[in-house]
Every structure is written in structure tokens, then in C-alpha cells.
Design a protein around this ligand. Structure first.
Ligand SMILES: [Cu+2]
Length: 285
């Protein structure tokens, strides 16, 4: 008895408290983009169609097994063909499939439609970091896991990672985009296949060396959204997080100016060094 009570107490301790339930979400996130909401809506529609079909079919099977069981004296029917039934059980599934194919095709077409984008960012996967290149603005930078996470994961045991914000999900230079803008993402890789994935955007696509894949998103709410590489790409596959900051338009413009300023400063600095190098070479000659 005492043993049973101990097991029961142990089991109760394993069950999540109400505060922990948020981490027990079983469904995909609704997300913050036009596409993610459309994908979520389609997913729920198809799920409920499947649930209704399952209830009807399993209900009929269970009812028949119980109601017409041998012990109650059930006698098998003798007919062996019914054109009417054949027509009904062919037409109904066709109607259901066509009914599901229409919204599914609409969503797929929308996912692939990268026309009229406001901004194009080329994302290149590397072992194990991402490179972002803003094709319309001449800005590019690498995005690697932040130092706190990186240091802690290399030390492994003996480090309390609970003190590190967004452990393994933080980067030094996040991708920055304006809210409400249609962002076209061109994906490729420089070594092996990676996959760029942000669950809140509803999008995930492979970054393949030698190929350019395309996708788009339009985030409706400012915020910081996190994801990871979703293709097993080598030893440190788990350590190349994706972070996208969605900023209000003015803040994004300010970020752009800051980046362009930095780029110009770097270019000027490299000009100075190349000038100095040229002088040295000239002197030597
Ligand atoms: Cu990867």
C-alpha cells in the first residue's frame, strides 16, 4: 500500500502544474504572418474533417460489432453486391477530397507567390552560422550563436544555463525586417544542406549548395522570432539558431542607416589600409 502511494505521489509530481502547461502545446503555432495563419487554418480544417470521418467510420464499426454479434444470434446477410452503395461510397470520398484540395491548392499557390515583394534577403547557410545579404541595400553580415550560449555549451557540465537568456536560441546579429513588409528570402548554402526555419512564420525551406530556393513572409506584429537550422548539417547543427527581429518601419529605417554607415566606415577603413599598403609598395620600389 505504502509503495502504491509512493508511486502515485511520484506520478502526481510528474504531471505538469498549470503554469507549465504552456510548454505542453501539442499543436503548431498560429504564428504572426499571413501565411502562417492560412497554413494553421488549413491544418485545423483538414484535422476536423479527419476527426468527423474517424468518428463516423469507427462509430459504425463499433456499433455493428456490438449490435450484430454472434452471441446475440446475428445471421450474416446473403447479398453480395449493391451498385447504389458502391456509387455512394465512391462519390462521397471524391467530394470530400475535392473539398479539401481547393483550400489546400489556394494555400500552396500563396506560399509560392513571391511576386511584389518589398525586400529581398539572401540567406546563406554555413557550417555553422547564417549569412544575411540585403540585396536592395548593399548590407550583409554573418549571424552566429551569441557568446554566452556558446561558452556555456562548450563547457557542458557544471554550467547553470538557466541564467542565460534564450540559451542556444540567441545570435550576435539577428536578421532585421520591417513589420508589414513582404520579405522575399532567397536560400542557398556554401557547404552542406541547411534549412532555415522560424516556426512563428510558418515557413521552413532547405538551403542547398548550388541552388537558390525561394520563400516569403509578411510579419504583422513587431517582435523577436526564433528558429533553428532544421536540416542535420554536421557536428554543430544544433548551434546555428535563427533570430529575426521585426521592427516598426521607423526603427527599421534607423537600423538600415546605422548598418549602411558602418559598411561605409569599414569600406573607408579598408581604403586607408590599401592606400597605406600602396605607399609602402611605392616606397619599396
Ligand atoms: Cu545547418
Amino acid at each position: 500500500m505504502a509503495k502504491t502511494l509512493k508511486y502515485a505521489a511520484g506520478l502526481a509530481a510528474c504531471l505538469p502544474g498549470s503554469a507549465a502547461f504552456a510548454a505542453w502545446d501539442l499543436n503548431m503555432p498560429v504564428g504572426v504572418t499571413e501565411l502562417s495563419r492560412q497554413i494553421y487554418g488549413l491544418h485545423m480544417l483538414i484535422l476536423w474533417v479527419c476527426v468527423i470521418i474517424a468518428v463516423l467510420v469507427f462509430g459504425a464499426i463499433i456499433y455493428s460489432i456490438v449490435k450484430f454479434r454472434h452471441s446475440k444470434g446475428a445471421v450474416a446477410a446473403t447479398f453480395d453486391h449493391s451498385t447504389k452503395v458502391e456509387v455512394v461510397w465512391t462519390v462521397i470520398p471524391i467530394a470530400i477530397l475535392v473539398g479539401m484540395a481547393i483550400p489546400a491548392a489556394e494555400t500552396l499557390i500563396n506560399i509560392e507567390d513571391t511576386r511584389d515583394s518589398d525586400l529581398t534577403v539572401k540567406v546563406t547557410g554555413y557550417q555553422w552560422k547564417w549569412h544575411y545579404e540585403y540585396l536592395d541595400h548593399d548590407i550583409s553580415f554573418f549571424s552566429t550563436m551569441d557568446r554566452d550560449s556558446d561558452r556555456a555549451r562548450q563547457l557542458r557540465a557544471g554550467v547553470d544555463v538557466r541564467g542565460i537568456d534564450n540559451y542556444l536560441l540567441e545570435v550576435d546579429n539577428p536578421m532585421v525586417v520591417p513589420v508589414g513588409a513582404k520579405v522575399r528570402v532567397l536560400l542557398t548554402a556554401n557547404d552542406v544542406i541547411h534549412s532555415w526555419w522560424v516556426p512563428e512564420f510558418g515557413m521552413k525551406k532547405d538551403a542547398i549548395p548550388g541552388f537558390i530556393n525561394e520563400m516569403w513572409f509578411r510579419a504583422d506584429e513587431p517582435g523577436t522570432y526564433r528558429g533553428q537550422c532544421a536540416e542535420l548539417c554536421g557536428r554543430d547543427h544544433a548551434y546555428m539558431p535563427v533570430v529575426v527581429k521585426v521592427l516598426p518601419r521607423e526603427e527599421y529605417e534607423a537600423w538600415l542607416r546605422e548598418q549602411q554607415g558602418e559598411g561605409a566606415a569599414q569600406a573607408a577603413a579598408s581604403d586607408v589600409t590599401s592606400d597605406a599598403a600602396a605607399q609602402i609598395v611605392a616606397k619599396a620600389e
